[in-house]
Design a protein around this ligand. Sequence first.
Ligand code: UFG
Length: 328
Amino acid sequence: MKVLVTGGAGYIGSHMVKLLAASGLSPEVVDDLSGGRREAVVDAPLHVGDVGDSAFIDAVLARTRPAAVMHFAGSIQVGESMREPARYYRNNLVATLALLDAMRRHGTTRLVFSSTAAIFGNPVHVPIGEDHPKAPINPYGRSKWMVEQALADHDAAYGLKSVCLRYFNAAGADPDGVLGECHDPETHLIPLVLQVASGRRPHIAIYGDDYQTADGTCVRDYIHVQDLCEAHLLALRYLAAGSASTGFNLGNGHGFSVREVITAARRVTGHPIPEVLQARRAGDPPSLVADARRARQTLGWQPRHADLDTIIGHAWSWELRHACWTRP
Ligand code: UFG
């Protein structure tokens, strides 16, 4: 079964490609390499180009004729989306509409879409289930929620079947040590903390300790990238079985504060990891924790690396051995 993976050279997409190939499927990658890395594409052909370029994506679909598309490509930084909303609407919404048009022209009727907990905005309750109100508070979250709504309309009108997977905080690295997280600039807590432990940064900034949480720092639901990818594989099987379009929240259902993450990283790395308290970062909700029972029940999803020390441990191996392929 041929699967086209957009953004397959990026952090989560590259882990997905490796898992698809290991599962006997035939992934092919589309990536413009604006954020992704050529070195991250293992076991799959890479088509370099922009998903929003209709002529390009038409040619790729004509050549590959995939049974399904997994759409990871997009812009992912909340803060940047506040400063440059046009980029988010163009890369996340307009480009996805171009992809959907091309899929329609080529008769590709199944899509697994990378969505986000950011579609829920400031939660009115945690844990956050699928029925929680969708009220995104930044252009990043709005662009993803608009795509989710467009996908529902594309199902009603054109029969396009989709599964939207709302990631909470993706973290960790390939347990085999081949792949890992590599953002430029890096903004995510766990890789930044580990860069302190490896000596690449002097300290970790804590963005606020006056939130309404147990220790005053923000609480997040960290989910191992491998567990996320396994949920995608199950979503693909769900669609292949002819099931209805839907969305699932993906997290472990357990929140860790910024301070708990730093403490765990000290335990895993043996490094003191100096911290510096800073002002709150704009747009950070105090607590985001998933209620992922639906994915467990409907897809049979069973996270295998839910333990925070395991997640950090895999990311630490990657930081020590590869760190964006810049070091031997
Ligand atoms: N944090 C720090 N110091 C840092 C970096 C982060 O204290 O140097 C804090 C943040 O303020 C936040 C927590 O650590 O409270 C996690 O921050 P991340 O940047 O790692 O992750 P976010 O929760 O902000 O965002 C992630 C994804 C988004 C997605 C969101 C949805 O990056 O794409 O989860 O939950 F929208």
